[in-house]
Structures are given as structure tokens and as C-alpha cells.
Design a binder for this molecule. Structure first.
Ligand SMILES: Cc1cc2nc3c(=O)[nH]c(=O)nc-3n(C[C@H](O)[C@H](O)[C@H](O)COP(=O)(O)OP(=O)(O)OC[C@H]3O[C@@H](n4cnc5c(N)ncnc54)[C@H](O)[C@@H]3O)c2cc1C
Length: 297
């Protein structure tokens, strides 16, 4: 019987972290990832202090600190650079016991992938559905394959097949704006802190990540038609919308090639649904107000 084998759908940030933690606790784990290989895609992620503490529990905070960039502060600014509010992240780090770290998503994924070890992730395996049995669960794959285990963790991201079957609450909803993300080349000027510049109908964020790179994101509210299914949105990939008269680091970041993604949200799930959804991780988790995330278009 496979009752101690834990099956994880999705080899992203949540799936890999869960797999490492479960292996360290003595479970057999199998991770199934749809992508044919783990490639450098995405832009930057900010790992808050509590998440760094979680990575410490699985022995990965040191590698994170070596690979990423510790953030000293974060501010909200006007387009001319004037600071509207500022959070001292070093103070937050001291209070919580771990710093806030920014890192390229692909680098974090690789770090988790390496920690899991060879053969830790079975790539090219797209989960289509699952069936429950009295003693466990059977995963059904898009190519007709099947795998059995004791427990299933759904960590297959924003458009999760596992979540869709478990909750049947439809696809994510368009939140009314689009976000462009980009990363500058290595060796650029080191920006000491992250910031968001707020203009009319736009927000432009910069976050220093490793090796002098800047992760930037620009959110734009064209018109706010909420509650459209995401599949009805057509989103172009191009450069950031120009941020106008802005400070030098913002202008610099805005010249990087950007990919766009619609920003989505989910309606808050009922208490009953949240209870039913214990096996969901990462973007699939159901927060009180529903997670808001920028998915890959
Ligand atoms: C390619 C990519 C780039 C991203 N870039 C950014 C970024 O730059 N900045 C940012 O803030 N957030 C980014 N995100 C989102 C961010 O990674 C997540 O919001 C966050 O890490 C939560 O992690 P997660 O494990 O829930 O989901 P993810 O990290 O999205 O991982 C989900 C994984 O499941 C896999 N998957 C999906 N469907 C199936 C299926 N049916 N069967 C098997 N595997 C499946 C996906 O290929 C992916 O590897 C990106 C996500 C992806 C997939």
C-alpha cells in the first residue's frame, strides 16, 4: 500500500517547499510538475521575514541569504520621489528574527529544487484530476497516466486543476488591472531599498534583487471592470507603460523588457469550503478575503 506516499501536484514554490519539509519529517514524497523542465521564468519575489523563518525550519535560510538581497526599507513615493510613507525593514527583521529578502523567482525555485535532490520532481507530468479511495488517492494525468498515494497536496498554482475539482468555485476573476513585470540586467546600480511610486491610475514598484538587478512591476488600471473570468482577458506582452517624469532608478527599471499578467482575485470561500480545502498550498490557499495574485497570462 502507498499510504505513506504523499503526492504533490505542482513543483512551484509551494510544492517544492512542502516536499522538502515532508521529506525531512520522514515521508515519501512525489512531486509532479507540468512543465517539461525547470527554466528561468518569472521575475522577483519578496520573501517576508516570517517566510524566511519557515525556510530556516527546512535549512534553507542561509542559501536564500547568499542568493538574494536583504531589503533595508520599503517606501511609497510620489512620482517626483517624495516619500509618502516608509517602513524600516531592518527593524521588522530584528523584531521577527529574520530579514526580508528579495530574490528572482527562478533562483528561489532552483534553490528549492536543488535541496530536494535529483529525481525529486517528475517533470512533464500534468495533473488533470484525482480520485479518492478509502485508503488514499489516485492522481490522473493529462496523458492518461495514474499514480497512487496516501495523501494529495494541491500546489499547482493559480489555475489549479486540484482546486478546481475540490472546490468547484470557477476560475480566478479579473481584478480590474494588469501588471507588467521585468528584471534589469546584472551589474546595475544597487538601489538601497524597495519602493512603489504611485501616480494616477498606475503603480510602479522596484525591488533590488541579487547581483545589481532590479525587479520592477507596473500595475495599471485602465477601466475597472471587476469579476470578468480571466480567460476573457487578452493581455499584450511589451515594455512597461512609461512612468512619466520619474526618479532615475524607476526610469532604469522601466527600460527592462517586461511581461504582462492580469491581476486576479478570488471570492472569499465559505468556512465550510475552507475546511474542505485542507490539502491546498501556495496560491491555492483560501484566505479570508481570497488571495490576490498575478498569474502567468
Ligand atoms: C512561471 C511563473 C512565474 C512567476 N513569476 C512571478 C513573479 O515574477 N513575481 C511574483 O510575485 N509571482 C510570480 N509567480 C507566482 C508565484 O510564484 C506564486 O504566486 C507563489 O510562489 C505561490 O506559489 P505556488 O506554489 O502556489 O504557485 P507557483 O509558484 O505558481 O507554482 C505552481 C506550479 O504548478 C505547476 N502546475 C500548474 N498546473 C499544473 C498541473 N495541472 N499539473 C502539474 N503541475 C502544474 C506550474 O507549472 C508551477 O510550476 C510566477 C508563477 C509562475 C508559474
Amino acid at each position: 500500500m502507498e499510504s505513506r506516499t504523499i503526492l504533490i501536484a505542482g513543483g512551484g514554490i509551494g510544492g517544492l517547499a512542502a516536499a522538502i519539509a515532508l521529506r525531512r519529517s520522514g515521508f515519501d514524497v512525489r512531486v509532479f510538475e507540468r512543465a517539461p523542465e525547470i527554466r528561468e521564468v518569472g521575475a522577483g519575489l519578496t520573501i517576508q521575514s516570517n517566510a524566511v523563518l519557515a525556510l530556516r525550519r527546512i535549512g534553507l535560510d542561509r542559501s536564500l541569504l547568499e542568493s538574494g538581497q536583504v531589503l533595508r526599507a520599503g517606501s511609497i513615493r510620489k512620482p517626483d520621489g517624495k516619500v509618502l510613507s516608509r517602513v524600516d525593514l531592518e527593524e521588522v527583521g530584528r523584531a521577527v528574527g529574520a530579514p526580508v529578502v528579495a530574490i528572482h523567482r527562478a533562483r528561489l525555485q532552483q534553490l528549492l529544487f536543488d535541496a530536494l535532490g535529483a529525481g525529486g520532481v517528475e517533470t512533464g507530468r500534468e495533473v488533470a484530476a484525482y480520485e479518492t479511495r478509502p485508503d488514499g488517492v489516485t492522481l490522473l494525468f493529462r496523458d492518461g497516466g495514474r499514480e497512487e498515494g496516501g495523501v494529495l497536496i494541491g500546489a499547482d498554482g493559480l489555475r489549479s486543476a486540484v482546486r478546481a475539482q475540490m472546490l468547484r468555485d470557477g476560475e480566478p476573476l479579473y481584478a480590474g488591472y494588469t501588471c507588467w513585470r521585468g528584471v534589469t540586467a546584472e551589474g546595475g546600480p544597487v538601489v538601497p531599498e524597495s519602493s512603489e511610486t504611485w501616480g494616477r491610475g498606475r503603480r510602479f514598484g522596484i525591488v533590488p534583487i541579487e547581483q545589481g538587478r532590479i525587479y520592477s512591476s507596473c500595475a495599471r488600471w485602465p477601466k475597472p471592470p471587476r469579476a470578468h473570468p480571466v480567460s476573457s482577458m487578452i493581455v499584450p506582452t511589451r515594455r512597461h507603460p512609461a512612468p512619466g517624469r520619474s526618479r532615475a532608478p524607476v526610469r532604469e527599471a522601466a527600460t527592462s523588457r517586461a511581461s504582462s499578467a492580469v491581476v486576479v482575485s478570488r471570492r472569499a470561500a465559505s468556512w465550510k469550503r475552507r475546511r474542505a480545502a485542507r490539502g491546498l498550498a501556495g496560491d491555492l490557499e483560501i484566505a479570508e478575503d481570497g488571495p490576490i495574485s498575478s498569474g502567468q497570462p
